[in-house]
Design a protein around this ligand. Structure first.
Ligand SMILES: [Zn+2]
Length: 137
């Protein structure tokens, strides 16, 4: 990752890279390798990664942790509108979010972008096959 240089012609490249760097930090910590970054006006304001295993908490996915950090941050609360977050704030995730995170992102009305490597890496794909294994179709 240290050798990768951000492509300035790609507007989202630096932000996707930040989410991937967080995913690598999660792996170094022995967690599931998923990371996320929150961006406002072209600046990364928060970064987080999955911490489920070390905290023994099933909800501490990267995206959930990032939104928790935002909602608890005294300076960033000014960008909060009731249940929504300023529409100029964009969440980047290293992969397609799971249904829990996707629901929370939708409730907060956050714009979101994903850096999933392929369709096989995304949660929608995994959910489809999980339902097949459980007998749903
Ligand atoms: Zn999730």
């Amino acid at each position: 990752m240290a050798k990768y240089k951000v492509d300035a012609s790609l507007n989202d490249d630096a932000f996707v890279l930040a989410s991937v760097e967080e995913a690598l930090e999660a792996l170094k910590d022995g967690e599931f390798g998923i990371g996320a970054a929150l961006v406002k006006d072209g600046e990364i304001i928060l970064r987080a990664h999955n911490s489920q295993l070390s905290n023994k908490r099933s909800d501490l996915h990267a995206e959930m942790t990032l939104i928790n950090m935002f909602e608890n941050h005294p300076e960033l609360k000014k960008h909060r509108k009731l249940f929504n977050i300023d529409e100029n704030i964009v969440l980047y995730s290293s992969t397609e979010p799971c249904p829990m995170c996707l629901t929370r992102i939708a409730i907060c009305e956050l714009a979101s972008k994903y850096g999933a490597g392929s369709d096989l890496d995304g949660m929608a794909h995994l959910m489809f096959y999980s339902f097949l294994f459980m007998g749903f179709s």
